[in-house]
Ligand binder design. Structure first.
Ligand code: SAM
Length: 318
């Protein structure tokens, strides 16, 4: 799908949104080109600052660029591989089926009442990462309430011990408040808002970011809320569209840190024991799917990574 075809860009605009998104041009107001140039200039400045702040990390990341490029080219050439695979496995002309799950069943049968708007392929991914919470006490935060239909969907899926928190910038979303749903009105790009939110809501196990979908909003939300998520928590950010998506690039940077290998002090096992960094001790994994990024936290901090050898018979070449 075209990177610009986000739900933000295709969804119908309410009068309030129209007023926000198509402001009347007044004399002296910067044009869109100027705004774009300003953004690029501020990004270039940010890059320079980053390089000055962390020169060796910048060099290390730069050395990975040829491989990022190689991977990007490999995935773009996939068409011929896919055709060969389809021929070999007899997939030609077959529809790919989708696995049924309770969330998807809910969505499929939900035809009236408060609206819920999701990409259908997310349901398999929600179920994959969130089923461990079903039936347990779980505190779920969704950023982006819109017409309120996803909030009862989470409650139905996780069960009666589920508490739901909705965040939206639109005051109108308060109407979805009830015994098990609390609504906070604020801008997800505002760190002050998150400070207050964290104070009021000390426990969050699952966070679904389906708000404004702009990279800066997603980044601020992640930087403020990932550390706040409980151990074992799952963080999902929806609608990460486009190869040049800045949030996506950020998540790549985050994921790369998972592979850091710090030799354990005093290790005599020829490099088969590593001390986790603080990040590795807390973050279990980073997953990327079409338009969706998922980060999972460990239930408890990891103390070390080891690779012991078990067995008595070994080839002589290693
Ligand atoms: C795609 S809709 C959410 C859809 C909903 N989660 C669902 O599944 O049906 C996006 C929502 O994000 C809200 N939003 C946009 N910008 C925001 C911001 N900066 N902070 C918080 N919410 C925002 C919009 O008002 C809108 O209600």
């Amino acid at each position: 799908m075209n990177g610009d075809l986000t739900r933000e860009s295709i969804r119908p605009k309410t009068p309030a949104r129209l007023a926000m998104s198509t402001p009347k041009r007044r004399r002296g107001e910067p044009s869109r080109v100027m705004a774009m140039l300003e953004r690029r200039a501020s990004e270039a400045l940010g890059l320079c600052r980053g390089v000055l702040r962390s020169p060796s990390l910048s060099l290390r990341l730069l050395s990975t660029l040829p491989f990022i490029l190689r991977g990007a080219e490999f995935s773009r050439r996939w068409g011929s591989v896919a055709r060969e695979e389809a021929l070999r496995l007899g997939w030609e002309g077959q529809e790919s089926g989708f696995a049924c799950n309770p969330l998807q069943s809910y969505f499929e049968s939900h035809r009236k009442g408060p609206g819920v708007w999701k990409w259908v392929h997310y349901f398999e991914l929600y179920h994959r990462h969130l089923s461990k919470f079903v039936g347990r006490e779980v505190h779920v935060l969704e950023i982006g309430v819109y017409s309120g239909g996803s909030l009862p969907m989470w409650r139905e899926y996780f069960g009666p011990k589920c508490q739901v928190y909705g965040v939206d910038i639109e005051e109108a979303c308060r109407v979805y408040e009830n015994d098990w749903t609390s609504i906070s009105i604020g801008d997800q790009a505002d760190r002050g808002f998150w400070k207050r939110f964290k104070h009021q809501h000390p426990r969050i196990d699952v966070l679904i970011d389906d708000g404004g979908h702009e990279a800066e909003q997603q980044l601020v939300t992640l930087e403020e809320m990932l550390p706040h998520l409980r151990p074992g928590g799952v963080y999902l950010c929806e609608d990460v569209h486009g190869e040049r998506n800045r949030f996506n690039a950020y998540v790549h940077g985050v994921a790369a840190h998972l592979n850091t290998c710090l030799p354990k002090p005093g290790d005599r096992s020829k490099g088969t024991a590593c001390s986790p960094t603080d990040f590795q001790a807390s973050i279990h994994s980073v997953h990327m799917y079409p338009f969706l990024s998922v980060i999972e936290k460990h239930d408890r901090p990891v103390a070390e990574f080891t690779a012991p050898k078990h067995g008595t018979e070994w080839q002589p070449f290693l």
